[in-house]
Design a protein around this ligand. Structure first.
Ligand SMILES: NC(=O)c1ccc[n+]([C@@H]2O[C@H](COP(=O)([O-])OP(=O)(O)OC[C@H]3O[C@@H](n4cnc5c(N)ncnc54)[C@H](O)[C@@H]3O)[C@@H](O)[C@H]2O)c1
Length: 265
């Protein structure tokens, strides 16, 4: 009998709820989990697209997967999608807090209170409320995990993205705290994502120079990422292969540079 190292990456027997899974990074995570054998619920503000994406993924993978409308900033929607996953699949083992978005703030001190609060509500608070709703089920599941979509701008301050970057920084910190509070029952990690060219990124309001810099990034791998680059790490963290990893923020960002060349312009 031969040893199969991929067996630990199987998601058989897992039930995953993925927020913002109708497109791009969330969609790739949903497809990857389903391809590895998980049952998946895609919860997305765009309900029609969530349903369509779920249908496509089910055809591609054969796993049971469905999509529904859910606004993760609304308590009643959060409860409805957690209830749906449990009712449909008999439990919940895996939560992916993938929803997030940020707009450029060219003048940082001009960012309004409303924009700061809205960014925190979408990128940070929604994940806490998802954890709260999912916790009773996760605590009962085998190899339970929560994995979050963080951002490089939540690690390295981005003054031209003040509202988004500070909300993503808060997400890292909050999840680290929660990982300690859930110790021994639910593993919690955050994937700190670099530039992936998606619609969300395109709508962020970047100027042409920044677009060019991010499209041709000066990182160790010399390229921007694909949704699949990111989804592969989510699979590692959520599957039994990641069962000894918790309380981490893991950069999947093409290898951001850590040395400074001198002279440099
Ligand atoms: N794309 C990048 O370069 C990049 C870089 C760093 C971090 N990230 C993070 O990765 C995650 C996914 O990014 P993406 O580029 O795939 O995003 P995207 O904008 O392409 O997709 C986000 C999905 O979330 C859904 N959504 C938005 N608001 C919602 C809400 N209130 N409730 C439920 N669903 C909602 C949208 O309908 C969409 O389907 C985000 O958290 C983002 O901040 C992305």
């Amino acid at each position: 009998m031969s040893f199969n190292p991929f067996a630990d990456f199987s998601m058989e027997g897992h039930v995953a709820l993925i927020t913002g899974g109708a497109q791009n990074i969330g969609e790739a995570i949903a497809r990857t989990f389903a391809g590895a054998g998980a049952n998946v619920l895609i919860a997305d503000l765009n309900g029609d697209k969530a349903i369509e994406t779920a249908r496509n993924i089910q055809q591609q993978t054969g796993s049971k997967i469905f999509g529904m409308k859910c606004d993760v900033t609304k308590a009643e929607d959060i409860k409805a999608c957690v209830d749906k996953a449990v009712e449909h699949f008999g439990g919940l083992s895996t939560l992916v807090n993938n929803v997030g978005w940020g707009q450029a703030n060219p003048d940082p001190i001009a960012v309004s209170d409303d924009d700061m609060i809205a960014s925190y509500r979408l990128n940070t608070l929604s994940a806490l409320r998802m954890v709260e709703a999912a916790a009773p089920y996760l605590r009962q599941a085998k190899n339970a995990s929560i994995t979050n979509s963080g951002s490089m701008v939540g690690l390295l301050p981005a003054f031209d993205f003040l509202a988004y970057s500070s909300a993503k920084a808060a997400l890292n910190h909050m999840m680290l705290g929660l990982a300690h509070s859930f110790a021994k029952s639910v593993r919690i990690n955050t994937v700190v994502i670099g530039t992936v060219l998606t619609e969300g990124y395109a709508a962020a309001g970047l100027d042409a120079k920044t677009q060019e810099r991010l499209t041709n990034p000066d990182n160790l791998t010399g390229r921007s990422g694909t949704p699949q680059d990111v989804a592969n790490t989510f699979l590692w963290l959520a599957s039994p292969a990641g069962s000894w990893v918790s309380g981490q923020t893991i950069q999947v960002a093409g290898g951001p540079k850590r040395v400074r060349l001198i002279p440099e312009d």
